[in-house]
Write a protein that binds this ligand. Sequence first.
Ligand code: TEU
Length: 560
Amino acid sequence: MASDRNWWRDCVIYQVYVKSFADSDGDGIGDLDGLTARLGHLADLAVDGLWLNPCYPSPGSDGGYDVVDYLTIDPVYGGTAALERLIEAAHGHGIRVLLDVVPNHCSSRHPWFQQALAEGRDAASRQRFLFRDGRGTDGQEPPNNWRSVFGGPAWTRVKDTDGAPGQWYLHLFDPSQPDFNWRHPEVRSSFVQVLRHWFDRGVDGFRIDVASLLVKAPDLPDYDPGGTRPAPDSNQPEVHEIYRQWRAVANEYGADRDLVLVGEVWVPTADDVAAYVRADELHAAFYFDLLVQPWDARAFRSSTQRGLTALNAISSQDTATQRAGVLAWTLNNHDAHRAVSRYGLISEDGSGTAGVMGPQLRRRGQVDVRLGQARARAALLFLLGLPGSIYLYQGEELGLPEVLDLPDDARRDPIWNRSGGTEHGRDGSRVPLPWQSKHPTFGFSPDTAGEAPWLPQPAYFGDLAADVQATDSSSALSLYRAALSARRRLIADLTPQVRWLPAVQGREDVVAYTRGKVTVVTIFGGTPFDLPAAWGEIVLASATLDGRSLAGPGSAWLSL
Ligand code: TEU
């Protein structure tokens, strides 16, 4: 690949939920050859890279975030050879490929965990995980009060080798996902080996799953329900040592490869996020604060500024040779309800949001899809103007809403079962993509009759299929193409400094910022707004223009 220095500082990465992107062999499950065959879609979008959700061998109890073998690709996705084909083809289009590394936990079927179970309580193999004796009479109570992100206790009790009730092991997610002990040297060295293994095969970087969770507070103290102490299961200072080591490994591959590590970092404050992109740590960290904001001018502006302020503070320590990384901005991923449905939610029914993060990411209720689509279009232009890297999630370029009404028996997310069916979980953003409107599986699977798609596609997906949108200049797909190519074209004109403009025409629902010659303006309300002549020529708009009057909700880019 051509080496354009630090491509990741302002890249646009497209997240591929492989299982739902395109199925090449008719088993109803998306795979890497399906993705390779559809690379033209991504080249036309002008994305710089792909992040693939995990496609390692896995029982799939958490969509592949329960890994059995970190060094191969599951045959269901085409095996390692299919990844090699994908990398070669993607690089041919100038598109980089990032894998997802899952270092906090593995699958309970991982050989290390199986060994730890088989060898019993005093075995050295147990030290790679977090096994503890229980509390209370006969160790019946979990070792501490931590809760699983997916609901219920974060501990599961195992049987001793003689069949008697034994120790407990920690799992911050599903019981099928035991947490590693990151204070164990073999755990550390094995993941360095994982990184090198894939870097050596041409992978351009990694998205790091739950990057802030790996190290737990010594002695695993109880969680403080009052919240006066920092959480003992997240964001421990020692976690940063891991990323300094990983950065050094990535750096070994040199400036030509310019590999990237981006952390999925859910931490309390913007300063906590920025700490992960200190010059010798990660290249980028997700700034989820913006993703969880409601559709509101003040909320978007202040969240964005919090992120920028925190990053500036870290960047103030830059030297000529050592620069801090960037924020990774995103409004969609495979864990959240799609932006169309979040921003289009007109009344909440309060159901199904009880779990951790549910209220922020997955509110349920009545959705006005058209309103949500107009707002999501506007949000895209707000996002694409920002300095740093941008992460898009497959299907958002089609304006897909969250599928909120999947049949219960189709749901696969462990959150559904762990919550006893009270939280619906994340399947609704993972429904297989519609490519062709007039096709039994909307082009997801081949023509020959095979297995049904692993999650059912709603009938209305036909109207949103890529083929109909490709020829419609007013479609979401056309806007995404125009916006990404405008970003590419104008990037050299954009300074990293974001300057907020004072409210214009008394409109508190309008937010505008400039980066050098370019102004990005977003109308959050429904009233049209006159784009001031002083802002320059209109480059692009997400909504209808009548002269210089932009319909709301909508965004525009202007350039002097
Ligand atoms: O997610 C981390 C995480 O804690 C949340 O996004 C979580 O899935 C959600 O908020 C539950 O309410 C990462 C992955 O993105 C997710 O798909 C995995 O399930 C999780 O880690 C475990 O590996």
